[in-house]
Design a protein around this ligand. Structure first.
Ligand code: C5P
Length: 242
């Protein structure tokens, strides 16, 4: 099999605080967050092209792209992302549709998830490949879930049952045509899916949950960056550069 990779990297990093850098360009374990997020895919012979969605005023990408291209066996192109993550993915898929058939597999992976492992990618591909819809990495919810009272306060309203609940990670794997159609339908209905699977679900499709690794965290706050650094160093050793 082969797959194209889409990496939404056009977020503003609002929750990351006042940093001048977007979170995907924060230094991390000898490289940047996005370089770590791309690394296992660039080393995967099944990955035959990469589309990265970047913000219109992104001045940091060309340097990072040059470093990535030096180690990639496949082309890496950038497109301008949109106001929402789903729109960034939609624009990336449009770039792929220019040259690929609708039944080609696409993996979508957040630029802000630098700790994804090759083992997780292999598990996702193996499980989703024979599935009629595709699938996503996810981990079962381990904590007890509290619903806060409406109005944004910190008063508990109730405890939500956690049985059968999973946290959705990336990568997520779907066929190009159905994924592009489901995101277009969501956009047309002014609905904002927070991942690709949700757009597919709105079309009545039921993606497969594939057990991922809880270490595949999304860097959202500066504390996550400290955690990601520790996780990468524990996995790959100190001083590794991607
Ligand atoms: O903000 P959040 O952490 O949900 O973003 C997940 C991923 O989606 C990040 O890699 C971010 O850069 C990307 N994104 C995007 N376009 C947006 C918003 C987020 O590509 N408009």
């Amino acid at each position: 099999m082969r797959y194209a990779l889409v990496v939404p990297a056009a977020g503003s990093g609002r929750r990351f605080g006042a940093s001048v850098l977007r979170k995907q360009y924060e230094p991390l374990a000898g490289a940047t967050v996005i370089e770590h997020a791309l690394a296992p895919f660039l080393a995967d012979a099944r990955c035959h092209r990469v589309v990265v969605a970047i913000a219109v005023d992104d001045g940091a990408w060309p340097q990072v792209a040059a470093r990535c291209a030096a180690r990639a066996a496949c082309p890496i192109v950038a497109v301008t992302g949109g106001a929402e993550r789903a729109e960034s993915v939609q624009r990336s898929l449009a770039a792929l549709q220019a040259g690929l058939a609708g039944d080609e597999w696409v993996l979508v992976h957040d630029a802000a998830r630098p700790c994804v492992s090759r083992a997780e990618i292999d598990a996702l591909v193996a499980a989703a490949l024979p599935h009629p819809v595709g699938g996503l990495l996810a981990v079962p919810v381990a904590d007890t879930l509290k619903r806060a009272a409406t109005g944004g306060g910190s008063q508990v309203e109730r405890t939500e049952p956690r049985e059968g609940l999973w946290r959705a990670l990336t990568p997520q794997m779907f066929r190009l045509g159905p994924l592009a159609r489901s995101l277009a339908a969501a956009h047309g209905a002014q609905r904002k899916p927070t991942d690709e699977a949700q757009a597919m679900e709105w079309q009545g499709e039921l993606p497969l949950l594939v057990a991922g690794d809880a270490r595949n965290i999304k860097v959202t706050t500066p504390a996550d960056l400290v955690l990601a650094e520790a996780l990468l160093q524990a996995r790959d050793g100190v001083g590794r550069s991607t």
